[in-house]
Design a protein around this ligand. Structure first.
Ligand SMILES: [Zn+2]
Length: 206
């Protein structure tokens, strides 16, 4: 059984949104082996740092929170599509020919997966593509971008997806994965009233 780890590593030096200092994780060593004979630590982690799930509350007032979401959205058969040829954003015309069906979990692999620094021009999902996915009644869309959209006033792509019951996974790492069908496991932590959660996302080859 071949397992692909499609998660970003969480560390003090990981790439964070717009390289902002206030997005970086803070790690505190609470106890160590020389002083305490055991090791214990804490981290302060922005919920949108690294591979994570956005719950509707992130963009929809009174929207559902992480612990209320159906786990079927984050596990099961999933289709990875190669959109590495897309230059700046994914439009309906880029995905209309793909075999996307009702209840699908779809992951878009883009050139973002190969970026080694924060790319201010990362590939994202344009509104017309988001509307197309909603009309297709898919279950979940995942992308290898820190956000499903980039600097859009009013966050229309998030609102179209999260406001219409499509689950969103962000900041996947898909460089090692070819297009095809896999089993996905990408479960959120059970954090009450949270608008997002970090995940460990894996694909299992069928
Ligand atoms: Zn997010």
């Amino acid at each position: 059984m071949k397992i692909y780890d499609i998660s970003k590593e969480i560390s003090e030096t990981m790439i964070v949104y717009k390289n902002r200092d206030n997005k970086k994780i803070v790690r505190e060593i609470v106890a160590n082996h020389s002083d305490n004979h055991f090791h214990e630590s804490k981290i302060t982690l922005d919920m949108h740092c690294g591979t994570h799930i956005d719950a509707p509350l992130h963009m929809v007032e009174n929207g559902h929170t992480i612990e209320q979401l159906p786990l079927e959205n984050y596990m099961g058969t999933c289709k990875v599509f190669d959109l590495t040829a897309v230059e700046s954003f994914i439009r309906q015309k880029d995905i209309v020919h793909l075999p996307i069906n009702e209840k699908d979990i779809v992951l878009f692999k883009t050139r973002n997966s190969y970026s080694k620094v924060y790319d201010f021009n990362f590939v994202y999902i344009e509104e017309d593509a988001a509307t197309y996915l909603v009309n297709k009644k898919i279950r979940t869309v995942g992308i290898d971008a820190m956000s499903v959209e980039r600097d859009k006033p009013g966050h229309p792509t998030h609102k179209i997806l999260l406001g219409n019951g499509v689950a969103v996974i962000e900041d996947l790492q898909l460089a090692e994965v070819n297009a095809g069908e896999y089993e996905l496991i990408a479960l959120p932590l059970k954090i009450k009233n949270s608008e997002a959660s970090p995940i460990r996302a894996i694909l299992i080859e069928k």
